[in-house]
Design a protein around this ligand. Structure first.
Ligand code: DQA
Length: 148
C-alpha cells in the first residue's frame, strides 16, 4: 500500500519558521519519522513539498494515476484559499487526512475556514509534528480495514 504526504507553501522552512507556532522539527525530521513508522507497518510513504499550487495539483493527479491509497496533506496557506486543491482531491477520490501543526482555530479568523475539511476523512490540528504521525496511523488503519 502507498501513502502520499503532501506539504504546501512555506513548510520547507519548518525548523526556523515561527518556531513558537510551528515547532523546531524540520520537514526532513518529520518525513524521516514517517518513513520509519511506514516501514514498521509495511506501507510505502512518499513525501512531496511545493510552494506552488499547480505543482501540488499535478502531484495529486499523479497519485490518482499511480493508485495511491491514501493522502496526508498539510495544505498550509492553500487550506484557506484553494478550490483547486479541493477539486483535485475530489477528482482523484483518494481519501485524505488534513493536518495542521498549529491549532488553526486558535488563530486569525482567516485561518478558520478550510476548503478541504468537509471532504477530508479527518482533520488533525494543533498537535504539532505529532499530528503527522497520528494521521499516518489513521491512514494505515484505513488501508488495513479495506484490505480484507
Ligand atoms: C498551517 C496553518 C496555516 O494556516 C498556515 O498558513 C500554514 C501552516 C499549520 O500547519 O499549522 O502555513 O497549515
Amino acid at each position: 500500500a502507498s501513502i502520499l504526504v503532501l506539504n504546501g507553501p512555506n513548510l520547507n522552512l519548518l525548523g526556523r519558521r515561527e518556531p513558537g507556532v510551528y515547532g523546531t522539527d524540520t520537514l526532513d525530521t518529520i518525513n524521516d519519522r514517517l518513513q520509519r513508522q511506514a516501514a514498521a507497518a509495511g506501507v510505502t510513504v512518499e513525501s512531496f513539498q511545493s510552494n506552488h499550487e499547480g505543482a501540488l495539483v499535478d502531484r495529486i493527479h499523479a497519485a490518482g494515476d499511480a493508485g495511491t491509497d491514501f493522502i496526508l496533506i498539510n495544505p498550509a496557506a492553500y487550506t484557506h484559499t484553494s478550490v483547486a486543491l479541493r477539486d483535485a482531491l475530489l477528482g482523484v477520490a483518494i481519501p485524505f487526512v488534513e493536518v495542521h501543526l498549529s491549532n488553526v482555530h486558535a488563530r486569525e479568523p482567516f485561518r478558520q475556514h478550510s476548503h478541504l475539511s468537509d471532504v477530508a476523512a479527518g482533520v488533525i490540528t494543533g498537535l504539532g509534528a505529532l499530528g503527522y504521525e497520528l494521521a499516518l496511523q489513521a491512514a494505515i488503519r484505513h488501508i488495513n480495514q479495506n484490505a480484507g
